[in-house]
Design a protein around this ligand. Structure first.
Ligand code: AOF
Ligand code: ZN
Length: 356
């Protein structure tokens, strides 16, 4: 018999694997055990959001759900105006499940608290279990999207000890080490999409995939600028890649999707880009900017979290990452050791008015 922690972990693994495929709905994982503790069924939210995870599990379990226990990463949904599928809380009540382990409440105010309340009122035992708040963090982007119709924006930069963005001329490779790379791959795998600027595509030719950890690769997004990009780039081979551009971008092969957005002097309007991401059901956007795009995001205040990965080594002669001194000052809200590098998390106070 599995304990509660491994039960919710199992559901969470399913949710993480489906991340990025379920928009506009959040990716939810659900697992069901029968009354004797035997595993009966497991599922994540379906591609593009429906049917929901719980419904898939109950449909395959049928009678075996009676007296069983379900672990589900997000509070089961209830009916609300405009809702597109039947509520999961009602389906769970009808199924005869006796106990539900819930990762965290649904950040959607139309559901929040109501699903748990409905289950309890029907006599079902509901226990909330969110180890280290990781599940709430996983759904925080969905909360941002519900509230603002744009994704939660996480910026990630790697800095040398002297504040440089890239290795000194004549030196190859990354600024930070292996543990930092793994950390970035984790950030990517819990994001629906990853955005880079045209200079990064031109200079680094990145893949932006998840390789060092298990998990899905986010959808690659490119912000075209006034300069063109080479026609042969790794990102052009990913059929999911989208280029945002305010004027027709040069160098982008014809098969790559280009989305036109308003802009000034060839630079895309960030609010318009984020609105577009929101309309596509992207809840979590990771931005891996170079100095120009970092400055644009910091100035616009259209960001929620910033991870600064700092190397202990200097890179004399490398490009300065923050020439205008825009990086947040003050204490980070989290610090982590990543081998010999260190990661610092800064979170923006969302109550501040956003300036487009
Ligand atoms: C769940 N399980 O797997 C997901 C949920 O329009 P609908 O019917 O698809 O409902 C959308 C809402 O359901 C969404 O805003 C979110 O609150 C919740 N997502 N709920 O019980 C799931 N994906
Ligand atoms: Zn549901």
């Amino acid at each position: 018999m599995e304990d509660d922690l491994s039960r919710i972990d199992r559901a969470f693994s399913l949710a993480k694997l489906a991340k990025g495929t379920t928009g506009p709905n959040p990716s939810v994982g659900a697992v069901l055990w029968d009354s004797k503790g035997r595993l009966v069924a497991e599922a994540a939210t379906s591609p593009t959001g429906r049917p929901h995870a719980e419904r898939r599990v109950l449909e395959s379990a049928r009678k075996r759900a009676e007296g069983g226990t379900m672990a589900v990463t997000l509070e089961p949904c209830v009916a609300f105006p405009g809702k597109k599928s039947p509520p999961c809380a009602a389906a769970i009540i009808l199924s005869g499940v006796e106990r539900v382990l819930v990762g965290c409440p649904d950040p959607n105010p139309l559901v929040s608290g109501k699903g748990i309340h409905a289950l309890r009122r029907a006599g079902i035992q509901v226990d909330l279990l969110d180890p280290q708040g990781r599940i709430a963090d996983f759904y925080a982007g969905f909360g941002t999207w519900v509230a603002k119709k744009r994704p939660r924006v996480t910026l990630k930069i790697a800095l040398s000890s002297d504040g440089r963005a890239n290795p000194s001329p004549g030196r190859r490779g990354a600024i930070t080490g292996e543990a930092a790379r793994r950390f970035v791959h984790e950030l990517r795998s819990t994001s629906d999409a990853v955005l880079v600027g045209a200079s990064t595509v031109a200079i680094d030719d990145p893949l932006l995939t998840v390789r060092d950890v298990d998990g899905p690769s986010p959808r690659p997004l490119v912000l075209a600028g006034s300069r063109g990009m080479p026609r042969s780039r790794s990102l052009w081979k990913d059929p999911r890649t989208v280029v945002f551009a305010s004027t027709p971008p040069s160098g982008v092969p014809g098969h790559v999707s280009v989305v036109e957005v308003p802009g000034v002097e060839g630079r895309c309007d960030l609010q318009a880009v984020l609105d577009r991401c929101g309309a596509e059901g992207i809840h979590d956007l990771l931005v891996e900017p170079g100095p120009g795009l970092l400055g644009a995001f910091l100035r616009s205040r259209l960001w929620d979290r910033l991870w600064v990965l700092r190397s202990p080594l200097p890179q004399p002669g490398g490009e300065c990452f923050d020439p205008d001194g825009l990086l947040p000052e003050g204490a980070p809200s989290q610090e982590r050791d990543l081998g010999s590098d260190r990661a610092f998390l800064f979170e923006r106070d969302g109550s501040e008015e956003e300036e487009a």
